[in-house]
Design a protein around this ligand. Structure first.
Ligand SMILES: [Zn+2]
Length: 157
C-alpha cells in the first residue's frame, strides 16, 4: 500500500459505497487492512487519508489527531457524509499527502454534523468543529474526486 501522488487518476474519480463483504486486494478481513492503512497515514504525518489516495475508489477515509475531540485515536470512517454544515465558513491552510509540500488556503464550513459507518456496519454520528471539521470535509471531497487545489482560495475569487 502506497500513497499515490497527484495526478494519479483515482484522485479525480468518484468513489462508490463500501462493500464490507469484499476486503481490499491482499486482505482477508478489514481489521488488518485498517491497521496497515492507519499506520500509513501516521507514517506520512497525515491527519486524514482517503481511499482513492491509495488507488481504491471506495467510500472510506481515515481521520485522527491527538488534538481532535472525536477522533483523538485514528479511525477509518466508511460511507461517511455531512448531514448538516454551518453557513459560517472559515479559511485556513491545508496540506494533502498526495501533494507533498503544497499548501492552499481553503474555505470550509466551521462546524459539520456527520455520519459514518464502522467496519461492522454500525452507523455513528458526531458534531465536528475547527481543524477536525476541516479535515473531515477535505477527506470527503477526495471521495467525490475533488482535490483541494480545486477549492483553493484563488480559484474562488
Ligand atoms: Zn488530501
Amino acid at each position: 500500500m502506497i500513497i499515490k501522488l497527484f495526478p494519479y487518476p483515482t484522485l479525480r474519480q468518484i468513489s462508490t459505497p463500501v462493500n464490507f463483504f469484499m476486503p481490499p486486494a491482499g486482505y482477508n478481513d478489514w481489521s488488518q487492512f485498517e491497521k496497515d492503512y492507519i499506520h500509513l497515514m501516521i507514517r506520512g504525518r497525515g491527519i486524514g487519508l482517503a481511499a482513492n489516495q491509495i488507488g481504491i475508489t471506495q467510500r472510506f477515509f481515515s481521520i485522527g489527531h491527538e488534538s481532535f475531540d472525536e477522533f483523538k485515536k485514528p479511525a477509518i470512517l466508511y460511507n461517511a457524509k455531512v448531514t448538516k454544515a454551518s453557513d459560517e465558513l472559515e479559511i485556513d491552510e491545508e496540506g494533502c499527502l498526495s501533494f507533498p509540500g503544497v499548501v492552499y488556503n481553503v474555505y470550509r464550513s466551521k462546524e459539520v454534523e456527520v455520519e459514518w459507518q464502522n467496519m461492522k456496519g454500525d452507523t455513528l454520528g458526531a458534531k465536528l468543529s475547527g481543524l477536525e471539521a476541516r479535515c473531515f470535509q477535505h477527506e470527503l471531497d477526495h471521495l467525490n474526486g475533488i482535490t483541494f487545489d480545486l477549492k483553493a482560495e484563488e480559484n474562488n475569487l
